[in-house]
Design a protein around this ligand. Structure first.
Ligand code: BGC
Length: 386
Protein backbone atom coordinates (compact mmCIF):
# COMPACT_ATOMS: atom_id res chain seq x y z
CA UNK A 1 0.00 0.00 0.00
CA UNK A 2 2.79 2.28 1.07
CA UNK A 3 4.70 1.40 -2.11
CA UNK A 4 1.67 2.11 -4.35
CA UNK A 5 1.10 5.37 -2.51
CA UNK A 6 4.75 6.31 -3.03
CA UNK A 7 4.64 5.53 -6.77
CA UNK A 8 1.42 7.42 -7.12
CA UNK A 9 3.02 10.37 -5.41
CA UNK A 10 5.98 10.23 -7.77
CA UNK A 11 3.67 9.91 -10.79
CA UNK A 12 1.61 12.87 -9.63
CA UNK A 13 4.74 14.87 -8.97
CA UNK A 14 6.08 14.09 -12.47
CA UNK A 15 2.71 14.97 -14.03
CA UNK A 16 2.63 18.15 -12.06
CA UNK A 17 6.14 19.12 -13.17
CA UNK A 18 5.12 18.60 -16.81
CA UNK A 19 1.78 20.31 -16.29
CA UNK A 20 3.26 23.19 -14.39
CA UNK A 21 5.97 23.62 -17.02
CA UNK A 22 3.35 23.65 -19.73
CA UNK A 23 1.35 26.21 -17.85
CA UNK A 24 4.43 28.30 -17.36
CA UNK A 25 5.21 28.16 -21.09
CA UNK A 26 1.65 29.10 -21.96
CA UNK A 27 1.80 31.94 -19.55
CA UNK A 28 5.04 33.07 -21.09
CA UNK A 29 3.58 33.10 -24.60
CA UNK A 30 0.54 34.93 -23.32
CA UNK A 31 2.50 37.45 -21.40
CA UNK A 32 4.84 38.03 -24.38
CA UNK A 33 1.95 39.17 -26.50
CA UNK A 34 0.10 40.61 -23.53
CA UNK A 35 3.18 42.44 -22.29
CA UNK A 36 3.48 44.88 -25.16
CA UNK A 37 -0.17 45.17 -26.31
CA UNK A 38 -2.82 44.89 -23.65
CA UNK A 39 -6.51 44.85 -24.46
CA UNK A 40 -9.23 46.15 -22.16
CA UNK A 41 -12.84 47.33 -22.35
CA UNK A 42 -13.13 51.04 -23.09
CA UNK A 43 -16.81 51.89 -23.45
CA UNK A 44 -20.07 51.25 -25.28
CA UNK A 45 -21.38 53.53 -28.04
CA UNK A 46 -25.00 54.75 -28.15
CA UNK A 47 -25.64 52.06 -30.77
CA UNK A 48 -24.42 49.39 -28.36
CA UNK A 49 -21.01 48.64 -29.88
CA UNK A 50 -18.35 47.66 -27.38
CA UNK A 51 -15.14 49.58 -27.90
CA UNK A 52 -11.78 48.22 -26.80
CA UNK A 53 -8.65 49.99 -25.69
CA UNK A 54 -5.22 48.73 -26.78
CA UNK A 55 -2.23 49.72 -24.70
CA UNK A 56 1.14 49.53 -26.44
CA UNK A 57 4.12 49.44 -24.06
CA UNK A 58 7.77 49.48 -25.15
CA UNK A 59 10.84 48.25 -23.29
CA UNK A 60 11.40 51.67 -21.67
CA UNK A 61 7.91 51.70 -20.19
CA UNK A 62 6.52 54.26 -22.63
CA UNK A 63 2.79 53.65 -23.20
CA UNK A 64 0.34 54.62 -25.94
CA UNK A 65 -3.39 53.93 -25.66
CA UNK A 66 -5.49 53.54 -28.80
CA UNK A 67 -9.16 52.69 -29.18
CA UNK A 68 -10.75 50.96 -32.15
CA UNK A 69 -13.31 53.80 -32.42
CA UNK A 70 -11.79 56.22 -34.94
CA UNK A 71 -8.35 54.65 -34.34
CA UNK A 72 -8.08 57.35 -31.68
CA UNK A 73 -4.94 57.81 -29.58
CA UNK A 74 -6.43 58.53 -26.15
CA UNK A 75 -3.15 58.75 -24.23
CA UNK A 76 0.59 58.91 -24.94
CA UNK A 77 2.95 58.89 -21.97
CA UNK A 78 6.35 60.45 -22.68
CA UNK A 79 9.25 60.99 -20.26
CA UNK A 80 10.49 64.45 -19.27
CA UNK A 81 14.11 65.38 -18.52
CA UNK A 82 13.81 63.75 -15.07
CA UNK A 83 12.37 60.54 -16.48
CA UNK A 84 8.84 61.39 -15.36
CA UNK A 85 6.18 59.99 -17.72
CA UNK A 86 3.19 62.25 -18.43
CA UNK A 87 0.38 62.22 -20.95
CA UNK A 88 1.21 64.60 -23.82
CA UNK A 89 -1.89 64.23 -26.03
CA UNK A 90 -5.19 66.00 -25.55
CA UNK A 91 -8.20 63.80 -25.04
CA UNK A 92 -11.57 63.54 -23.37
CA UNK A 93 -12.18 62.27 -19.86
CA UNK A 94 -15.41 60.47 -20.89
CA UNK A 95 -15.70 57.90 -23.73
CA UNK A 96 -19.06 59.44 -24.80
CA UNK A 97 -17.30 62.61 -25.89
CA UNK A 98 -15.36 60.63 -28.49
CA UNK A 99 -18.45 58.67 -29.52
CA UNK A 100 -20.74 61.74 -29.81
CA UNK A 101 -18.97 63.55 -32.62
CA UNK A 102 -15.47 64.33 -31.24
CA UNK A 103 -15.82 67.99 -32.35
CA UNK A 104 -12.08 68.69 -32.38
CA UNK A 105 -11.08 65.33 -33.92
CA UNK A 106 -8.94 64.63 -30.82
CA UNK A 107 -6.37 61.90 -31.54
CA UNK A 108 -8.29 60.43 -34.49
CA UNK A 109 -7.37 58.83 -37.77
CA UNK A 110 -8.68 61.09 -40.51
CA UNK A 111 -10.02 59.88 -43.85
CA UNK A 112 -10.78 59.63 -46.61
CA UNK A 113 -9.47 63.12 -47.05
CA UNK A 114 -7.64 64.93 -44.28
CA UNK A 115 -8.16 68.71 -44.45
CA UNK A 116 -10.55 70.67 -46.68
CA UNK A 117 -11.98 70.16 -50.14
CA UNK A 118 -13.46 73.37 -51.56
CA UNK A 119 -17.23 73.53 -52.03
CA UNK A 120 -17.43 69.85 -51.03
CA UNK A 121 -16.99 68.67 -54.60
CA UNK A 122 -14.38 67.49 -57.05
CA UNK A 123 -14.23 66.02 -60.53
CA UNK A 124 -12.46 62.78 -61.28
CA UNK A 125 -12.26 61.10 -64.70
CA UNK A 126 -14.99 63.42 -65.98
CA UNK A 127 -17.45 62.77 -63.17
CA UNK A 128 -18.28 65.29 -60.44
CA UNK A 129 -18.68 63.98 -56.90
CA UNK A 130 -20.55 65.83 -54.15
CA UNK A 131 -19.09 64.97 -50.80
CA UNK A 132 -20.34 65.76 -47.30
CA UNK A 133 -20.38 69.52 -46.65
CA UNK A 134 -19.54 69.82 -42.94
CA UNK A 135 -17.44 72.99 -42.73
CA UNK A 136 -19.24 76.03 -44.16
CA UNK A 137 -19.15 75.56 -47.93
CA UNK A 138 -16.38 72.94 -47.71
CA UNK A 139 -15.83 69.34 -46.72
CA UNK A 140 -13.46 68.83 -43.77
CA UNK A 141 -11.66 65.65 -42.68
CA UNK A 142 -13.68 63.21 -44.79
CA UNK A 143 -17.11 64.54 -43.80
CA UNK A 144 -19.24 64.36 -40.68
CA UNK A 145 -19.09 60.58 -40.64
CA UNK A 146 -15.43 60.36 -41.65
CA UNK A 147 -13.02 57.65 -40.54
CA UNK A 148 -12.75 59.29 -37.10
CA UNK A 149 -16.28 58.04 -36.34
CA UNK A 150 -15.83 54.48 -37.62
CA UNK A 151 -15.29 51.30 -35.70
CA UNK A 152 -12.09 49.75 -37.00
CA UNK A 153 -11.22 46.05 -36.86
CA UNK A 154 -8.29 45.89 -34.48
CA UNK A 155 -5.73 43.20 -33.83
CA UNK A 156 -2.42 43.30 -32.01
CA UNK A 157 0.20 41.90 -34.39
CA UNK A 158 1.36 38.75 -32.61
CA UNK A 159 4.66 38.02 -34.35
CA UNK A 160 5.83 41.65 -34.50
CA UNK A 161 9.06 42.34 -32.61
CA UNK A 162 7.71 45.68 -31.39
CA UNK A 163 4.28 46.44 -29.93
CA UNK A 164 2.07 46.86 -32.98
CA UNK A 165 -1.64 47.34 -33.49
CA UNK A 166 -3.23 46.73 -36.87
CA UNK A 167 -6.46 48.57 -37.67
CA UNK A 168 -8.58 47.95 -40.75
CA UNK A 169 -11.60 49.77 -42.10
CA UNK A 170 -13.50 49.11 -45.31
CA UNK A 171 -15.28 52.20 -46.57
CA UNK A 172 -18.16 51.43 -48.93
CA UNK A 173 -18.36 52.88 -52.44
CA UNK A 174 -20.16 56.22 -52.08
CA UNK A 175 -19.53 56.68 -48.35
CA UNK A 176 -19.65 60.40 -47.55
CA UNK A 177 -19.93 60.89 -51.33
CA UNK A 178 -16.50 59.43 -52.26
CA UNK A 179 -16.23 56.95 -55.12
CA UNK A 180 -14.83 53.44 -54.76
CA UNK A 181 -14.76 50.84 -52.03
CA UNK A 182 -11.64 51.78 -50.08
CA UNK A 183 -9.87 49.30 -47.83
CA UNK A 184 -7.59 51.04 -45.36
CA UNK A 185 -5.06 49.48 -43.00
CA UNK A 186 -3.17 51.42 -40.37
CA UNK A 187 -0.38 50.00 -38.22
CA UNK A 188 0.58 51.77 -35.02
CA UNK A 189 4.01 50.62 -33.76
CA UNK A 190 5.84 51.82 -30.68
CA UNK A 191 9.59 51.54 -31.20
CA UNK A 192 12.32 51.02 -28.61
CA UNK A 193 13.58 54.56 -29.19
CA UNK A 194 10.22 56.05 -28.12
CA UNK A 195 8.78 56.72 -31.56
CA UNK A 196 5.18 56.08 -32.48
CA UNK A 197 5.23 54.95 -36.08
CA UNK A 198 2.02 55.18 -38.12
CA UNK A 199 1.91 53.29 -41.42
CA UNK A 200 -1.06 53.78 -43.71
CA UNK A 201 -2.11 51.60 -46.64
CA UNK A 202 -5.18 51.80 -48.83
CA UNK A 203 -6.58 50.18 -51.96
CA UNK A 204 -9.63 51.03 -54.01
CA UNK A 205 -11.82 49.33 -56.62
CA UNK A 206 -12.61 52.62 -58.48
CA UNK A 207 -10.62 55.80 -59.04
CA UNK A 208 -10.88 57.93 -55.89
CA UNK A 209 -8.94 60.46 -53.79
CA UNK A 210 -7.19 59.65 -50.51
CA UNK A 211 -5.34 61.78 -47.96
CA UNK A 212 -5.03 60.06 -44.61
CA UNK A 213 -3.62 61.66 -41.49
CA UNK A 214 -3.52 61.55 -37.70
CA UNK A 215 -5.13 64.32 -35.68
CA UNK A 216 -3.43 64.13 -32.27
CA UNK A 217 -3.09 67.40 -30.40
CA UNK A 218 0.12 67.61 -28.39
CA UNK A 219 1.02 69.52 -25.26
CA UNK A 220 4.49 68.47 -24.17
CA UNK A 221 4.19 70.15 -20.76
CA UNK A 222 2.09 67.29 -19.38
CA UNK A 223 -0.36 69.83 -17.93
CA UNK A 224 -3.22 70.74 -20.24
CA UNK A 225 -3.86 74.05 -18.47
CA UNK A 226 -0.57 75.27 -19.91
CA UNK A 227 -0.77 76.83 -23.34
CA UNK A 228 1.48 75.56 -26.11
CA UNK A 229 2.71 79.06 -27.01
CA UNK A 230 5.93 78.40 -25.06
CA UNK A 231 6.78 75.32 -27.14
CA UNK A 232 9.61 75.92 -29.60
CA UNK A 233 8.85 74.71 -33.09
CA UNK A 234 11.03 74.21 -36.12
CA UNK A 235 9.55 73.21 -39.50
CA UNK A 236 11.72 72.24 -42.47
CA UNK A 237 9.72 74.25 -44.96
CA UNK A 238 10.68 77.31 -46.99
CA UNK A 239 7.14 77.82 -48.29
CA UNK A 240 3.55 77.59 -47.09
CA UNK A 241 0.10 77.77 -48.67
CA UNK A 242 -1.83 80.99 -48.02
CA UNK A 243 -5.59 80.44 -47.68
CA UNK A 244 -8.86 82.25 -48.36
CA UNK A 245 -11.52 83.10 -45.78
CA UNK A 246 -12.76 79.48 -45.66
CA UNK A 247 -9.19 78.16 -45.23
CA UNK A 248 -8.86 76.79 -48.77
CA UNK A 249 -5.39 77.36 -50.31
CA UNK A 250 -5.53 80.11 -52.90
CA UNK A 251 -2.98 78.22 -55.02
CA UNK A 252 0.05 80.43 -54.39
CA UNK A 253 3.14 78.86 -52.81
CA UNK A 254 4.47 81.65 -50.62
CA UNK A 255 7.95 81.98 -49.15
CA UNK A 256 7.95 82.01 -45.33
CA UNK A 257 10.86 84.49 -45.32
CA UNK A 258 10.06 87.64 -43.39
CA UNK A 259 6.62 86.35 -42.33
CA UNK A 260 5.27 84.92 -39.01
CA UNK A 261 5.21 81.59 -40.89
CA UNK A 262 8.99 81.29 -40.85
CA UNK A 263 9.80 78.33 -38.59
CA UNK A 264 12.98 77.39 -40.49
CA UNK A 265 14.84 78.21 -37.25
CA UNK A 266 13.23 77.11 -33.98
CA UNK A 267 11.05 79.76 -32.33
CA UNK A 268 8.32 79.81 -29.69
CA UNK A 269 4.90 79.15 -31.24
CA UNK A 270 3.65 82.27 -29.43
CA UNK A 271 6.41 84.55 -30.70
CA UNK A 272 4.63 85.88 -33.79
CA UNK A 273 1.17 84.35 -33.37
CA UNK A 274 -0.47 87.70 -32.59
CA UNK A 275 1.40 89.63 -35.29
CA UNK A 276 -0.65 91.82 -37.62
CA UNK A 277 -0.83 89.44 -40.54
CA UNK A 278 -3.66 88.75 -42.94
CA UNK A 279 -3.04 84.99 -42.99
CA UNK A 280 -2.91 84.70 -39.19
CA UNK A 281 -6.16 86.66 -39.03
CA UNK A 282 -7.85 84.27 -41.46
CA UNK A 283 -6.70 81.21 -39.52
CA UNK A 284 -7.28 82.69 -36.06
CA UNK A 285 -3.61 81.75 -35.57
CA UNK A 286 -1.68 79.06 -37.43
CA UNK A 287 -3.93 76.73 -39.41
CA UNK A 288 -2.00 76.31 -42.64
CA UNK A 289 -0.18 73.78 -44.72
CA UNK A 290 3.59 74.08 -44.96
CA UNK A 291 5.26 72.81 -48.13
CA UNK A 292 7.92 70.52 -46.74
CA UNK A 293 11.47 70.65 -48.04
CA UNK A 294 12.88 67.46 -49.55
CA UNK A 295 11.35 64.11 -50.42
CA UNK A 296 11.04 60.68 -48.91
CA UNK A 297 11.12 59.82 -45.22
CA UNK A 298 12.77 62.76 -43.45
CA UNK A 299 12.56 64.81 -40.27
CA UNK A 300 10.16 67.62 -41.06
CA UNK A 301 9.54 69.25 -37.69
CA UNK A 302 10.91 69.37 -34.16
CA UNK A 303 9.12 70.67 -31.08
CA UNK A 304 10.89 71.42 -27.80
CA UNK A 305 9.24 72.27 -24.50
CA UNK A 306 11.95 73.99 -22.42
CA UNK A 307 10.45 73.52 -18.92
CA UNK A 308 9.97 69.75 -19.20
CA UNK A 309 12.85 69.16 -21.61
CA UNK A 310 10.55 67.08 -23.83
CA UNK A 311 11.33 66.98 -27.53
CA UNK A 312 9.10 65.64 -30.28
CA UNK A 313 10.45 65.05 -33.78
CA UNK A 314 8.13 64.40 -36.69
CA UNK A 315 9.26 62.27 -39.62
CA UNK A 316 7.18 61.66 -42.72
CA UNK A 317 7.29 60.87 -46.43
CA UNK A 318 4.41 63.28 -47.12
CA UNK A 319 4.75 66.57 -49.05
CA UNK A 320 2.93 68.77 -46.51
CA UNK A 321 2.12 69.33 -42.86
CA UNK A 322 -0.85 71.19 -41.42
CA UNK A 323 0.38 73.08 -38.38
CA UNK A 324 -2.72 73.95 -36.38
CA UNK A 325 -2.28 75.92 -33.16
CA UNK A 326 -5.55 74.82 -31.55
CA UNK A 327 -7.35 78.05 -32.41
CA UNK A 328 -10.85 76.60 -32.21
CA UNK A 329 -10.49 74.97 -28.78
CA UNK A 330 -13.09 76.85 -26.82
CA UNK A 331 -13.13 75.86 -23.16
CA UNK A 332 -16.08 73.47 -23.46
CA UNK A 333 -14.43 70.22 -22.38
CA UNK A 334 -12.57 69.09 -19.25
CA UNK A 335 -8.92 68.24 -19.64
CA UNK A 336 -7.35 65.08 -18.24
CA UNK A 337 -5.39 67.16 -15.70
CA UNK A 338 -8.13 69.57 -14.51
CA UNK A 339 -9.50 72.77 -16.06
CA UNK A 340 -10.81 73.07 -19.63
CA UNK A 341 -9.21 72.79 -23.05
CA UNK A 342 -8.79 76.44 -24.00
CA UNK A 343 -7.66 78.05 -27.23
CA UNK A 344 -4.02 77.01 -27.80
CA UNK A 345 -3.89 74.28 -25.16
CA UNK A 346 -2.72 71.89 -27.87
CA UNK A 347 -1.21 71.89 -31.35
CA UNK A 348 -1.38 69.47 -34.28
CA UNK A 349 1.23 68.61 -36.86
CA UNK A 350 -0.85 66.67 -39.39
CA UNK A 351 1.33 65.16 -42.10
CA UNK A 352 -0.51 65.02 -45.41
CA UNK A 353 -0.95 66.10 -49.01
CA UNK A 354 -2.04 69.68 -49.54
CA UNK A 355 -5.63 70.71 -48.82
CA UNK A 356 -8.04 70.79 -51.78
CA UNK A 357 -5.62 68.85 -54.03
CA UNK A 358 -8.48 67.19 -55.97
CA UNK A 359 -9.42 70.69 -57.25
CA UNK A 360 -5.90 72.06 -57.68
CA UNK A 361 -4.07 70.23 -60.48
CA UNK A 362 -0.78 72.03 -59.69
CA UNK A 363 -0.62 70.26 -56.31
CA UNK A 364 0.82 66.73 -55.97
CA UNK A 365 -1.96 64.30 -56.81
CA UNK A 366 -4.10 62.52 -54.23
CA UNK A 367 -5.74 60.22 -56.77
CA UNK A 368 -5.73 56.49 -56.18
CA UNK A 369 -6.64 54.06 -58.93
CA UNK A 370 -7.54 50.37 -58.76
CA UNK A 371 -4.38 48.26 -58.71
CA UNK A 372 -2.36 51.03 -57.02
CA UNK A 373 -1.40 50.98 -53.37
CA UNK A 374 -1.55 54.09 -51.21
CA UNK A 375 1.31 53.77 -48.74
CA UNK A 376 2.69 56.40 -46.38
CA UNK A 377 4.43 56.60 -43.04
CA UNK A 378 4.76 59.16 -40.25
CA UNK A 379 6.62 58.97 -36.96
CA UNK A 380 6.36 61.04 -33.79
CA UNK A 381 9.56 60.47 -31.80
CA UNK A 382 9.96 61.55 -28.18
CA UNK A 383 13.21 62.36 -26.41
CA UNK A 384 14.57 64.92 -23.97
CA UNK A 385 17.04 67.79 -24.04
CA UNK A 386 18.62 68.68 -20.70
C1 BGC B 1 -7.96 72.05 -39.29
C2 BGC B 1 -8.68 73.09 -38.49
C3 BGC B 1 -9.86 72.44 -37.87
C4 BGC B 1 -9.40 71.33 -37.00
C5 BGC B 1 -10.55 70.60 -36.40
C6 BGC B 1 -7.54 70.97 -38.35
O1 BGC B 1 -6.94 69.96 -39.08
O2 BGC B 1 -6.85 72.58 -39.94
O3 BGC B 1 -9.10 74.14 -39.31
O4 BGC B 1 -10.61 73.33 -37.14
O5 BGC B 1 -8.66 70.42 -37.74
O6 BGC B 1 -10.27 70.18 -35.18
Amino acid sequence: MKKIGGSLFILLAVLCIFGCNKKENNNKTNSDTMENVQVSDYGVTAKGDSIKKYTLTNKNGMKVEIINYGGIITSLMAPDKNGKYQDVVLGFTKPEDYFNGNPYYFGALIGRYGNRIANAKFTLEGKTYDIDKNDGPNSLHGGKEGFHTKIWTAEPVKDAKLPTLKLTYVSADGEEGYPGKLTTTVHYTLTDDNALEISYEAETDKATVVNLTQHSYFNLSGNFSNLITDHELQINADKFLPVNSTLIPVGEEKSVKGTPFDFTAAKAIGKDITAQDEQLKLGGGYDHNWILNGNGMRTIATVYHPASGRVMEVMTDQPGVQFYSGNFLDGKFDTKTGGKYEKRSGFCLETQHYPDSPNQPAFPTTELKPGQKYQTKTMYKFSVKK
